[in-house]
Design a binder for this molecule. Structure first.
Ligand code: KG4
Ligand code: ZN
Length: 352
């Protein structure tokens, strides 16, 4: 029997049983992560090795450094995830891995490693979309949350408003026309001389400022549609800073950070809550920017006012991790989405 025939037989058994422990691997950017998740909802282990200190001197992720470090760390991280779950490789039912989107060299490390494990153990392999993983972080936090629901995805590479129709299917309502929200946070953080990763540091600086001190405005976002744009706001901050410098004026960086954060989060939350109200279901938040306390608070308040249930992941599941891939992977597995060993990592992969 070929590898794939074995995997298909296993899949039938798993689907019949309706229960599975999934070992998951995530290496799409600068975190080497692995986890074991039971039935999409129960985290048995979740190990994240972050490369942030390695990239900090360069002010951003250096793809080559990311790939090389994933190669060093993926084996030990997977081993620790199995140990912490008190399981052997043979005792897990399937392997899920992020196949895209992300940095192609980084993705390839996880994908190749997962293929090796799946082949050696004769286990089904689930090619998992990174953004379905971010959405699934909500399933880990809210056991009763099931599709359909509206979701605002805000990460370093994505700003999307989608309807999660089912565990394996989204419909796109709107997306950024230019920068992703996290990317805009990171770029403005750089203008404010904050280190990498910029989002959390900009949030910390914003706590010392007045969100209404400066009006950073972007006409595009006032439209009725769900598409968004953040590069105009970023340029407004750059212009504000360089004008002040030319005039020799002192800038209150806290006010700039708070006002920029307020502008971005207002756009994200207004559009997402309007979409959820129109769809008539709960609103979930997903992606690295979901760690932003100001965004979480704004969404919570606006949802409460609109009578909409609001869900956002536990902090530990907001930024890249293995558990979210294990959850998404479980549901893909149950729907029969398994891959042979010939699939490839894909850097650009649409969500819908
Ligand atoms: O989802 P993620 O971990 O990686 C991608 O898939 O892109 O998101 C990383 C992004 C970065 O742009 C980072 O600055 C942003 O999420 N981020 C934040 C915060 N924590 C992470 N942005 C604003 N406030 C935060 N607290
Ligand atoms: Zn991510």
């Amino acid at each position: 029997m070929t590898y794939f025939e074995t995997a298909q037989e296993q899949l039938k058994r798993i689907q019949h049983r309706g229960t599975a422990r999934v070992l998951s691997i995530e290496t799409s950017c600068d975190e080497t992560a692995a986890a074991v998740v039971q039935d999409g909802r129960q985290v048995l282990s979740n190990v994240v090795y972050t490369q942030i200190p390695l990239h900090q001197p360069f002010g951003g992720v250096v793809p080559e450094i990311a790939s090389r470090n994933h190669v060093d760390k993926v084996g030990p991280v997977v081993e620790r995830a199995l140990q912490q779950a008190h399981l052997t490789l043979q005792e897990v039912d399937a392997i899920a891995v992020t196949g895209g989107p992300g940095l192609v060299g980084a993705l390839l490390v996880g994908v190749s490693y997962a293929k090796g494990l799946a082949y050696a153990a004769g286990k089904p392999l689930v090619n998992t979309h990174h953004i379905l993983g971010h959405i699934a972080a909500n399933y880990l936090t809210f056991p009763d949350l099931v599709p359909p629901f509206t979701c605002l995805i805000a990460s370093g590479g994505h700003s999307h408003i989608v309807v999660v129709e089912d565990y394996d299917r989204c419909t796109l309502l709107g997306r950024t026309r230019d920068d992703a929200a996290g990317e805009a946070f990171d770029k403005v953080a750089r203008v404010l001389d904050l280190g990498y990763p910029g989002g959390p540091q900009l949030e910390a600086l914003a706590k010392q400022g007045d969100p209404h001190a400066i009006r950073f405005h972007s006409a595009f976002n006032e439209g009725e549609g769900y598409d968004m744009s953040f590069s105009g706001l970023k340029t407004a901050v750059i212009n504000y800073m360089s004008n002040a410098r030319q005039r020799g004026q002192n800038v209150n960086r806290g006010d700039v950070a708070a006002s920029f954060q307020f502008a971005v989060n207002s756009i994200l939350s207004d559009k997402a809550v309007r979409a959820a109200r129109e769809q008539g279901g709960p609103l979930a938040l997903a992606g690295g920017v979901s760690a932003n306390g100001n965004l979480r608070d704004m969404l919570q308040q606006k949802c409460q006012k609109a009578g909409i249930r609001f869900c956002c992941p536990d902090f530990k599941y907001c930024t890249d991790n293995g558990a979210m891939i294990g959850s998404a992977g479980y549901y893909l597995l149950m729907k029969g989405h398994i891959s042979d060993l010939d699939f490839n990592a894909v850097p650009y992969l649409p969500i819908a």
